[in-house]
Design a protein around this ligand. Structure first.
Ligand code: FEO
Length: 167
């Protein structure tokens, strides 16, 4: 396995675990503020990010690569409001999109073709994830401080089920 690509994939595994950890911290904040629907949505998203990390982990394993797990840094645990949490989620997704794009570019330059195919899944996934986060941010911006609308939005977000295994 190409050593440069392997190292970059290991870094992305760490980024995805950080993302999972960060969503879990956002979920804990919402739980504390008694927005249990938002907490549920973020908890499911945390699981999805765990799945992204494991997808790359499995890819390295399948290519006889070396999985090197690194320390996961501490995520933010405090926010000014629930709306701010989702704004931070959107920004986090934009960051991940840039990370995936850079990784794709590196794999391309290194002619790591199997990694390119694997990373195409992530490129598509990021389009979806950014869109989903951006729709939620928009809803919060419409709802503002209207308690009834906030409760409805919390209920809607709480209906999110567990992520499907990514194939
Ligand atoms: Fe794995 Fe939401 O990026």
């Amino acid at each position: 396995m190409n050593a440069v690509v392997q190292q970059a994939i290991n870094e992305q595994i760490n980024n995805e675990f950080f993302s999972s950890y960060s969503y879990l911290a956002m979920s804990a904040y919402c739980e504390r503020k008694q927005f249990t629907g938002c907490a549920q949505w973020l908890r499911m998203q945390s699981q999805e990010e765990y799945g992204h990390a494991m997808r790359l982990y499995d890819f390295l394993a399948a290519r006889n690569g070396i999985v090197q797990l690194q320390a996961i840094r501490e995520p933010a645990g405090e926010y000014g409001s629930i709306a701010e949490v989702f704004q931070a989620a959107l920004e986090q997704e934009r960051t991940v999109t840039k990370q995936i794009d850079s990784l794709y570019e590196l794999a391309f330059n290194e002619k790591a073709f199997s990694a390119l195919v694997e990373l195409e899944w992530f490129i598509n996934e990021q389009v979806e994830e950014e869109k989903t986060a951006s729709v939620i941010v928009h809803k919060f911006s419409m709802v503002k401080d209207d308690p009834a609308a906030l409760l409805d939005l919390d209920r809607e977000l709480g209906s999110r089920g567990a992520p499907q295994a990514a194939e």
